[in-house]
Design a protein around this ligand. Structure first.
Ligand code: PEP
Ligand code: MG
Length: 572
């Protein structure tokens, strides 16, 4: 697991640390990207000037988005096209105009005031998706200011392959980096799920973000080494540190080589076949799953069809998305019913404000109230099942009654459809709530399969909100309590011959993946880029690792204790 911490600090004058944002090792000369002076000149017609600047920023971001898409960097393309749309949207322009009309503010001040106001408004909606839009507003405003100041968006000239350091980079600046010249970068601001991190990963450029005091610490140093997984940074590294970084790099290169060799194979773990499927968030991820030759799709998060849109997706829109996945991916496609609520609101699903949204109306708990939406999704899934092997999975199930209600609805919808219009589906549940893990034996008589969502199972086991910045250390799925619940699920499922997968993020961590296999999990579902790393790691292990896992489950009281016992048994 990455060491992710929000309170990263400068520990001494030679090492600093931040948040690993894009994996890989970089070592090389430091190139500092200074924040240029963005004083704006006087404009005869400030409104017209800012209008033109916004048009030019929108066009530039559109071009960068197109380039990213052509290079197959879909996530980067999406971030940039969202920012291009925002630059094109009159919202920011009108707000600047209103401040100029009020008088008293110059163009720079009006731009700052309008941007701050909009960011505050979006952030105050306490919705993570809109909070991300707030960051977009800030980045678009910065790009507009640079344009008005006559500063090139590309930033500094880089004469030799270097490691960049900066207070911050915008999404557009990151997308424009040349991976041949930028060995890696580190910034003072930013988080692991921010746009800059997403784009760095898509470029394959190692990066560390959120490094407090970086520029001051680096002052006077000429070389920098960074580890984009752990967030460690070494300034003017000595020989021992260089050797350490070089050997980490060696391990990464070796793991990549083994992963490439695993392409198209079936993973085996201590003599047992383990499927490794892909998690996808929509049609845009299907290419990645196909390229990785994953064993199907183990989690199709359908929320993307429901979020950021004023209207619910139609049956046909959903059918087309599910059919495309079924037709293009080899193996079963597990479609998850829309998991709205908690941290995922939808505009057209009006839920009450709640004190504890993760313990409130979420997932399966809202389907009865929004049964039209649920029935539409069931119809789309049943139609798509004519085109491939499709399973349907219900999130947040806590009781057998909830599953019985869902099963009855699926039967009812299916009975209403003409037989030739629908296919057969397996119907399973996610194990995210401890009550289900502990009743997996009797539940296995009802359901076709289980899939463990370790992200939620960990938060509900440890009583720690998964989005709470200060509670990161509780979110370790290798806590023995979480693993005992996973094992209880596997044991319960086996009594009725049912299969169990793990589709939470933990399955993409090689150590955790092997632990899950060792306690009886049949299938793992991971981000497409991790499929072959996980296949190759699983296939290298022996039964000694299984013995160590069982010993650790008995002996360890904490996640670090568990890790210490099993880590040394993992074959690299
Ligand atoms: C999980 O909880 O582990 C999971 C896969 O679901 P999500 O992260 O979408 O809540
Ligand atoms: Mg979940």
């Amino acid at each position: 697991m990455n060491s992710v911490s929000n309170d990263s600090t400068v520990s001494n004058d030679k090492t600093v640390s931040g948040i690993g944002a894009s994996p890989g090792i970089a070592i090389g000369p430091i190139k500092t990207i200074d924040q240029v002076d963005l004083e704006l000149p006087e404009f005869d017609n400030p409104k017209e000037a800012v209008k033109q600047a916004m048009e030019s920023v929108a066009a530039n971001m559109g071009v960068l988005s197109g380039k990213a898409r052509e290079a197959g960097r879909e996530e980067a393309a999406e971030v940039l096209s969202a920012q291009a749309l925002m630059a094109d949207d009159p919202m920011l322009l009108d707000a600047i105009g209103a401040h100029l009309d009020d008088g008293g503010l110059n163009l720079g001040e009006a731009l700052d005031a309008a941007s701050a106001e909009l960011q505050e408004m979006l952030a105050s909606l306490s919705d993570p998706y809109l909070a991300a839009r707030a960051a977009d507003v800030g980045e678009v405003a910065t790009a507009v200011r640079k344009n008005l100041a006559g500063v090139e968006a590309e930033g500094a000239e880089i004469a030799e392959p270097s490691v960049l350091i900066a207070e911050f980079l915008t999404a557009a600046e990151t997308a424009d980096l040349d991976p041949a010249m930028v060995l890696g970068f580190a910034t003072e601001q930013g988080g692991p799920t921010g746009h800059v991190a997403i784009i760095a990963r898509s470029l394959g450029v190692p990066a560390v973000v959120g490094v407090a005091g970086l520029l001051a610490a680096a002052d006077g140093n000429t070389e920098l080494g960074l580890d984009g997984s752990t967030g460690e940074i070494a300034l003017d590294p000595d020989t021992a540190t260089r050797e350490d970084f070089a050997s980490r790099n060696e391990r990464i290169v070796q793991a990549q080589k083994l992963a490439a060799e695993a392409l198209g194979t079936t993973a085996t773990f201590a003599g047992r076949e383990i499927l490794v499927a892909a998690n996808i968030g929509g049609s845009h991820d299907i290419d990645g799953a196909v390229e990785a030759q994953s064993d199907g799709v183990g989690l199709f998060r359908t929320e993307f069809l429901f979020l950021d849109t004023p209207e619910p997706p139609t049956e046909d829109q959903q059918f087309n998305a599910y059919k495309e996945a079924a037709e293009r991916c080899d193996g079963q496609v597990v479609i998850r019913a829309f998991d709205i609520g908690g941290d995922k609101p939808a505009e057209f699903i009006s839920l009450p404000e709640e004190e504890n949204p993760f313990l409130g109306l979420r997932g399966v708990r809202i389907y009865e109230q929004f049964s039209d939406l649920f029935h539409t999704q069931v119809r789309a899934v049943l139609r798509a099942a004519k085109f491939g092997d499709i399973a349907f999975m219900i999130p947040m199930v806590a009781t057998g009654d909830e599953f019985d209600w869902v099963a009855a609805q699926v039967a009812e919808v299916s009975a209403e459809m003409a037989e030739e219009d629908r296919g057969e589906i397996a119907l399973g549940i996610m194990v995210e709530v401890p009550s289900i893990a502990l009743t997996a034996g009797p539940m296995a008589e009802r359901v076709d399969f289980f899939s463990i969502g370790t992200n939620d199972l960990t938060q509900y086991t440890m009583a720690a909100d998964r989005t709470h910045g200060a509670l990161g250390t509780y979110q370790d799925p290798l806590h023995p309590a979480v693993l005992k619940l996973c094992k209880a699920t596997a044991d319960g499922a086996a009594t009725a011959g049912k299969k169990v997968s793990v589709c939470g993020e933990a399955a993409a961590d090689p150590l955790a993946a092997c632990v899950f296999a060792a306690i009886g999990i049949d299938k793992l579902s991971v981000t497409p880029s991790a499929v072959n790393l996980i296949k190759s790691t699983l296939s290298r292990q022996s039964s000694d690792f299984v013995d160590q896992v069982h010993k650790a489950l008995n002996d360890a009281a904490t996640a670090p204790e568990f890790r210490r016992i099993v880590e040394s048994a993992l074959l690299g």
